[in-house]
Design a protein around this ligand. Structure first.
Ligand code: SAM
Ligand code: DTB
Ligand code: SF4
Length: 335
């Protein structure tokens, strides 16, 4: 390599935490030859994380279906006939039993999801606070995803012991209107700011395979990587096509698109936990392995995500064993 090329390479490999990423810079990374992209992602990953540790998270749907939003990907939207039984909020005891089970099975993060546009007020919100308090007592990280929050609700969740709040931007601002008509991007950003201001860590990511372009994936990463601080957690979901939703017949996603997106997320947000979230059931073991190589360091385990199936416990154990990876223990995890 000539000296100028060596200098450029050195600059490219310098790992710093930046919040001034431009769309052009992110696009350049996303479009790198795959070998170079993975090398850079691994370089960043090994600087900030243990390369053989994967965090196991467990999801529980505490309020399923009947959601007033019209997210085109979601089996829980009341706008579509997806055959999903609508349920009211689960009992606190049932939720806490699930949390204890998750912990016994090796999860270190417990995430409660609800099909709400906004988190409710009154009794239902009080019940959620009780669930958060109880789940926090297990010592696991506790996350919730309840829709939009006010500043006050965010502060109450923080006082109850919530570690993280999941609120996805899903895609680029330009493509958002094609997928959701009942809310705007700005509203998502406002809840993310409320979470951050309350001192709760931010979990924010997106979904691939909704018919978006590479530019939309780059646009999503631009939004996330320009947040200051970066989200501590970035879930990258592969669309789970749900019968009855407008995206039920979306085209198959090339798994290498997941790999590129994860690598670009890893490079631009070095400290974040990058979660290979929904869609693992449709993915080969080899594709999942490439996602880990690209810097994903977390999966959701358990028979279900929120409402859709997830790989079997035995399959996940075999996957980690065959790849020589081990579940992250909370003590070794900084933040
Ligand atoms: N209602 C709240 C909200 O939308 O923020 C919380 C629950 S919602 C189900 C949580 C996230 O799940 C969504 O933001 C979306 O990114 C993801 N999700 C929903 N349906 C999905 C699907 N079919 N495939 C992949 N991810 C999905
Ligand atoms: C996220 O980004 N993915 C998880 C979690 N955050 C809440 C949810 C995936 C849901 C997949 C569809 C379902 O099971 O209903
Ligand atoms: Fe409702 Fe969340 Fe599903 Fe959208 S993603 S329909 S807000 S549950």
């Amino acid at each position: 390599m000539n000296p100028a090329a060596a200098q450029t390479r050195e600059r490219d490999l310098k790992i710093e935490i930046r919040h001034d990423w431009t769309r052009g810079e992110i696009r350049e990374i996303y479009e790198l030859p795959l070998t170079e992209l993975l090398f850079r992602a691994q370089t960043v990953h090994r600087t900030y994380h243990k390369p053989d540790e994967i965090q196991m998270c467990r999801l529980l749907s505490i309020k399923t279906g009947g959601c007033p939003e019209d997210c085109a990907y979601c089996p829980q939207s009341a706008h579509y006939s997806t055959g999903l039984e609508r349920e009211s909020v689960l009992d606190v005891e049932e939720v806490l039993a699930a949390a204890r089970r998750a912990k016994n099975e090796g999860a270190t993060r417990f995430c409660m999801g609800a099909a709400w546009r906004d988190a409710p007020h009154g009794k239902e919100f009080e019940a959620v606070l009780t669930m958060v308090r109880g789940a926090a007592e297990t010592g696991m990280e506790v996350c919730c995803t309840l829709g939009m929050l006010t500043d006050e609700q965010a502060r109450a969740l923080k006082s109850a012991g919530l570690t993280a709040y999941n609120h996805n931007l899903d895609t680029s601002p330009e493509f958002y209107g094609e997928i959701i008509h009942t809310r705007v991007y700005e509203e998502r950003l406002r809840t993310i700011a409320a979470v951050r201001n309350a001192g709760i860590t931010v979990c924010c990511g997106g979904i691939l395979g909704m018919g978006e372009s590479a530019e939309d994936r780059v646009g999503l990463i631009e939004q996330l990587a320009r947040l200051n601080p970066h989200p501590e957690s970035v879930p990258i979901n592969m669309l789970v096509r749900a019968e009855g939703t407008p995206l039920a017949n979306a085209a198959d996603l090339d798994p290498l698109v997941m790999v590129r997106t994860i690598a670009t997320t890893r490079i631009t947000m070095p400290r974040a936990m990058v979660r290979l979230a929904a869609g693992r059931l449709q993915m080969s073991r080899e594709a999942a392995a490439l996602c880990f190589l690209a810097g994903a360091n977390s999966i959701f385990t358990g028979e279900k995500l929120l409402t859709t199936p997830n790989p079997e416990k035995s399959e996940d154990e075999a996957l980690l064993r065959d790849l020589g990876l081990k579940p992250l223990e909370l003590e070794s995890h900084e933040g």
